[in-house]
Design a protein around this ligand. Sequence first.
Ligand SMILES: C[S@@+](CC[C@H](N)C(=O)[O-])C[C@H]1O[C@@H](n2cnc3c(N)ncnc32)[C@H](O)[C@@H]1O
Length: 310
Amino acid sequence: MYSTFVQRTKSRYETARVNSSFGTRRAAMETIGETSFILVYRDRRRKWLVRPVDTPKLHTHLGILDCKSLVGKPFGIMALTTMNDALYILKPTLEDIVMKFARRTQVIYPKDLAMIVIRCGIRPGSRVFEAGTGSGAATATFASLVGAQGHVYSYDVNPEFQEIARKNLEKFGLMGSISLKNRDAKLGIEERDLDAALVDMGDPWELVPNVKEALAPSGMMAAICPTMNQAEKLTATMKDYGFVNIETIEVLVRNLEARVGMTRPSQIMVAHTCYLTFGRKTQGILEPVPDGRDQEEVEAEGPTGGAEPS
Ligand SMILES: C[S@@+](CC[C@H](N)C(=O)[O-])C[C@H]1O[C@@H](n2cnc3c(N)ncnc32)[C@H](O)[C@@H]1O
């Protein structure tokens, strides 16, 4: 039964490849390796992130899953436990990975991380600063976007927290474009010409002068504020330092229980994580180019510039 299921999955996958409207064919179907991370999924609440090499047998209340037998198989298959219960073998997303990070600090939730990266315009090649590292959730998100040409500089005053983050990041192979620095960001930021900076520490307004110095002109500062009072104080400081386009937002995600004929909002929701404040660094003044007319001429033309008032 299991092998029939695998065959069926395989042939559906092949058909999807041939019919792809993007015109490009994937080189080969990715198969699970000994060291591949796999998301063993039953439903929203029952899921495990494991590797066959560390967890040859996954013991669950639904029976035991033989993870070794998954090696060489494609992602997306359904596997049966010793109790004949179905578990789905999925390729983990960044969200799956970050939410399973070992943590001693509060982490930024995926809904907020998504907004931060899009507002900050983080892309391959970006150079990003972060204070503090915490458990590395934001660090991992930035690193997965900036790629080999970009870099993430992450400071934390607490070496213990940063060590947990380092292990999380190493485990998922993300350290390639990250520098973790055990440093108090209030004492200065060593990097310059950064594209974006994220401040996630208790008193973000204290870091505004240092962030301004480190950002490239027009660079984006983002900060996490758990309370409105913090967002107010931060905004006032950012204004004082010449930041523009300052906005504070809250990201609310409401799940829907979608069932034919009876769809309604879920009764459970993460009601509050934080407020996000964004602003862009400005610098310098460009005077208007004189157009050759002298002041008397300009005044003679009056407020309509010589045109008849309508
Ligand atoms: C809420 S955690 C950050 C969580 C992180 N953004 C994540 O997604 O995993 C705040 C971190 O800021 C660090 N921190 C506090 N003050 C700092 C400072 N002046 N410089 C650098 N890090 C600081 C703390 O040690 C702590 O690890």
